[in-house]
Design a protein around this ligand. Structure first.
Ligand code: HEM
Length: 467
């Protein structure tokens, strides 16, 4: 049957039968699938995601800039992001419009440089804890241990974000519980998106109700964390400095217009979102960075040499030290180019719009294909090569405009981008100065692009103690 001209925009239409047949055949490789389609039809196409959902998929930097920055007022997140509201509530990531802006203004100062200086110590402690775990695991094993780097980095990243948020208001067991509930909710949510045809089955089995119940338990635990934090701050002796964590900042913050603090329900929503947004993304970035370093020992040694030169004798890095070891940053940046944790960004047009003479109807759904943008051969010389040096300040050619968007762009740029870059560098530095990372027979892994770009299954790497 000929395809109906259903596209609300004039970009090429990929026939529905093609995406449907490809999605059935290649459901395991959506990234490889999208790359092939874009190579055949152009940088921006209309297609049916998974053969079902009409969407404009683009890797055109100018169109991404149009949507995220220049004309951002005409675009909101799509149902993909808003679906999280049910479980996590209305925090920065899921909120829109004037309400979002008010919250963003209140929260953003918590991520300024000065705040990060305090949080750096906490991040470094979490990194050191992971290195100590490595040492404990490889005792008696010739100084070398093989493990699933993704599972390990998920624990490290969660510890960093949860402790940065709550300080020590929640115990280790409670943090693990929080992480388990969040993981269960995210997995379930992703399944309902990835396999929409299973929704009736989930409904019949009561899975929606079960995950609603988990979300309620999650909120209850977050509330307990807030209550304990408040009580601990109230019990401080006069003149003692309050804790330096993100929750304290949110408790102290006041809206510009009313001078009021954030309502408790809103605070719970924001904390839920910070935990989710700041956890899996960082874990994936770290995992892929270690994977690339394992395959590029020369990059690893260059990084360690720079660290030893600038921070001799194992000197612990503080926030102001990081600019002296720029190569660690470039490694992180290049890892996120090749493996962007937020591999796709969703938007929907809230009114009619136009881009370079193309009409865009209200309701058009966009998938900004960040993975495709970062691998675009027309934007990146040797696009598939891991070369951190391309991020050096003096590098030629300069980075392509709107060609690198690991943290998104425009007003909704990731609020935790500096937080994330700091933690990623610290974990790499603290690990690599004590351990060499090596590939194993089990690597390389495939890609598992869910909400974030994860490895498909375990990503096993070997960590070998340096002399
Ligand atoms: C490598 C790590 C990270 C990556 C790759 C990443 C990526 C992103 C991206 C692409 C967006 C924009 C989404 C969109 O426009 O639809 C975003 C938003 C956001 N991120 Fe991150 N993120 C990371 C770490 C963090 C951390 C550590 C936190 C908090 C502690 C965080 C909190 C948020 C929040 C709250 C938003 C929503 C901001 C808003 O809409 O105002 N992220 N992130």
């Amino acid at each position: 049957m000929p395809d109906q001209p259903t596209a609300p925009t004039a970009w090429p239409q990929v026939p529905r039968w093609l995406t449907l047949s490809q999605s059935l055949k290649k459901a395991r490789d959506p990234v490889g699938n999208l790359n092939k389609v874009l190579a055949a039809y152009g940088d921006t196409v209309n297609l049916y995601l998974g053969g079902v959902k009409p969407s404009v998929v683009t890797r055109d930097p100018a169109l991404m800039q149009h949507i995220l920055q220049k004309n951002h007022r005409r675009y909101h997140k799509s149902d993909l992001t808003h679906g999280l509201l049910r479980y996590l509530g209305k925090g920065l990531l899921t909120n829109e419009g004037a309400d979002w802006l008010r919250q963003r203004r209140l929260i953003q100062p918590g991520f300024h440089r000065q705040k990060l200086t305090g949080l750096t110590r906490l991040m470094r402690a979490a990194a050191d804890e992971w290195v100590a775990e490595l040492a404990a695991q490889n005792a008696g094993q010739n100084g070398s241990v093989e493990l699933d780097a993704h599972a390990a980095m998920t624990r490290v990243a969660f510890r960093i974000v949860a402790q940065s948020v709550f300080g020590d208001a929640l115990s280790d067991a409670e943090l693990t519980q929080l992480s388990d509930w969040l993981t269960a909710i995210q997995w379930f949510y992703v399944t309902t998106i990835r396999q929409p045809y299973l929704r009736p089955l989930h409904w019949l089995r009561g899975s929606y109700g079960q995950h609603d119940a988990l979300a309620r338990q999650l909120r209850e635990l977050v509330r307990q964390g807030i209550a304990r934090h408040r009580a601990a701050a109230a019990a401080l002796p006069p003149g003692a400095a309050p804790p330096d964590d993100l929750l304290q900042m949110l408790l102290d913050a006041r809206y510009e217009d009313t001078g009021e603090p954030m309502a408790e329900d809103q605070l719970v929503d924001e904390l839920n979102i910070l935990l989710v947004a700041g956890h899996e993304t960082s874990a994936n970035a770290l995992t892929w960075a270690f994977y690339l370093l394992a395959r590029h020992p020369e990059v690893q040694e260059k990084l360690v040499a720079e660290v030893e030169r600038e921070l001799p004798g194992g000197q612990p890095p503080e926030f102001p030290d990081l600019p002296r070891v720029p190569y660690a940053l470039h490694v992180v940046q290049e890892a996120m180019r090749l493996y962007p944790p937020a591999w796709i960004i969703d938007r929907v047009a809230t009114e009619d719009d136009e881009f370079q003479g193309q009409f865009i109807a209200k309701g058009s759904v966009f998938s900004l294909y960040v993975y495709g943008l970062h691998h675009h051969a027309g934007l990146w010389p040797d696009a598939e090569v891991f070369r951190p040096e391309r991020f050096a300040v003096e590098a030629q050619p300069p980075l392509p405009t709107y060609g690198y968007l690991p943290f998104g762009g425009g007003p909704r740029l990731c609020v935790g981008s500096h937080f994330a870059l700091t933690e990623l560098q610290l974990v790499l530095i603290q690990t690599l100065r004590r351990y060499r990372v090596l590939p194993t027979a089990a690597t390389p892994p495939g890609l598992n692009p869910l909400i974030t770009l994860r490895p498909n299954g375990e990503l096993r790497l070997r960590f070998e103690r340096r002399a």
